[in-house]
Design a protein around this ligand. Structure first.
Ligand SMILES: Nc1ncnc2c1ncn2[C@@H]1O[C@H](COP(=O)(O)OP(=O)(O)OP(=O)(O)O)[C@@H](O)[C@H]1O
Ligand SMILES: [Mg+2]
Length: 402
């Protein structure tokens, strides 16, 4: 055993792949942001008034995942802070909050408590009426003359878990401040978010809008090339590898995060194989791994009822592998499972919807076949491989035992 471990550790020690892996990690902040100069200039001109102590328009940034929104706003934040004048008669504060963080986004109380903390004060973790937390928040920011830019990244999360009121109150807050002023920057990758919220909030939040379009394959290649140069040792990336990562990520709605992940994971797989180079095949393997992890993540975060429906499909498929399943069969099995686990049973209609969602996620395939005289049936087949199925079973088992 020890011999084998030695081998593993040695192989890592002599690794000839990475020079600096952090260059490919998600939180790495590159010095330059290619292909986003238009958006960054727009950001600069909209936010520029704050350097003179004037409130800027509220601003909304949107674009699909991995299009550089967070990166660009962090960059502009730093550039603005670099340029603040020391002798100004106001304080400039730019605060960034990711609303997706678990401890933040659950309740209005928590998000306000987190904001209060950012402004250097605190409230107890629970217990106060929400209104007093609001009052406290207003006191804190209005205690001295401040110009505040509040960046709310993944802002759609606030309406998902908290009510619309939170954003409404926030957009009205300037009328309650006497010394300070606040400017809101909302960011979202949910392109329909603005249409789903209260129209008053919408018009206030999007006084200005900046769109982050997907990157195309060539732009992704350029982004990857720059980062790969720093990340990998020389000559270890096989010709075509970067082009392939870029092409795959461009297909996946032009997502730079996906492109970087593909390259990093391919590097890790090559390293694990003690390979001298990152070959094209490692990109395929990395892509499979990402897809697999994505499915598992979705399943983990689904409510119990979803998991039980999926569990029913898996168990039935394993019993009779060659046979396609029908919705009715799945439903009966599901109902029995619910009864056994003392859980509320959903209607067949609702279970059908859930099955459709699994189809969209690529976990199963559903074929509609006609049965003559206008009758139609839906045939269900599991679309995930055996090893994913095993992991899914583990996840579901864990979740159901709580
Ligand atoms: N133009 C670029 N140059 C270099 N790296 C980039 C560029 N755009 C994005 N990236 C990198 O891609 C990853 C995703 O970017 P970012 O986090 O800004 O995406 P996002 O638009 O905020 O996505 P989401 O909506 O999922 O939060 C990050 O690792 C970032 O460093
Ligand atoms: Mg982001």
């Amino acid at each position: 055993m020890n011999n084998e471990l030695d081998k593993i550790f040695e192989a890592f020690d002599n690794n000839g792949i990475f020079k600096d892996k952090s260059m490919l990690q998600n939180n790495y902040q590159p010095e330059e942001i290619p292909h986003r100069s238009k958006q960054i200039k727009q950001l600069a001109s909209i936010l520029a008034p704050i350097l003179r102590g004037e409130r800027a328009s509220n601003l909304f940034l949107y674009g699909k995942t991995g299009t550089g929104k967070t990166l660009s706003i962090q960059y502009i934040k730093d550039e603005l802070l670099k340029r603040t004048k020391k002798d100004a008669d106001f304080k400039l504060k730019i605060e960034y909050l990711n609303c997706k963080l678990k401890k933040v986004s659950d309740t209005e109380y928590r998000i306000l408590a987190e904001l209060i903390k950012k402004f250097g004060d605190e409230v107890p973790a629970t217990g106060l009426p929400t209104q007093s937390v609001y009052d406290k928040f207003i006191d804190v920011i209005d205690s001295s003359k401040q110009l505040i830019v509040l960046i709310l990244d993944e802002i759609d999360q606030t309406t998902k878990k908290i009510s619309d009121d939170f954003l409404y109150n926030l957009t009205r807050i300037n009328s309650e401040l006497s010394k300070s002023q606040i400017c809101l920057v909302g960011i979202s990758n949910n392109l329909t978010f603005l249409d789903q919220i209260d129209p008053r909030v919408k018009s206030s939040l999007s006084e200005e809008e900046i769109v982050f379009p997907p990157y195309n394959a060539l732009q992704l290649q350029d982004i990857l090339n720059r980062r790969a140069k720093e990340a990998f040792k020389e000559g270890i990336v096989q010709e075509g590898v970067i082009a392939k990562c870029s092409a795959l990520a461009a297909r996946e709605h032009g997502d730079a995060r996906r492109a970087l992940d593909l390259l990093r994971i391919a590097g890790e797989l090559a390293e694990r194989d003690s390979s001298k180079k990152i070959y094209l095949k490692y990109i395929d393997e990395a892509n499979d791994k990402i897809e697999r992890d994505k499915i598992l993540d979705v399943i983990k975060s689904e409510p119990k009822q979803f998991q039980i429906v999926l569990n029913s499909i898996i168990q039935l498929s394993e019993k009779t592998p060659s046979h396609h399943l029908f919705t009715g069969e799945v439903y009966n099995f599901y109902r029995d499972l619910c009864i056994k686990n003392k859980l509320e049973t959903l209607t067949q209609r609702r279970v059908s919807d859930i099955i459709q969602e699994f189809d969209m996620l690529g976990i199963i395939t559903v074929n509609v076949i006609s049965k003559g005289r206008g009758g139609r049936m839906r045939e269900i087949k599991l679309a995930i491989t055996k090893d994913i199925t095993d992991k899914v079973k583990e996840i579901i088992l864990n979740s159901l035992s709580y």
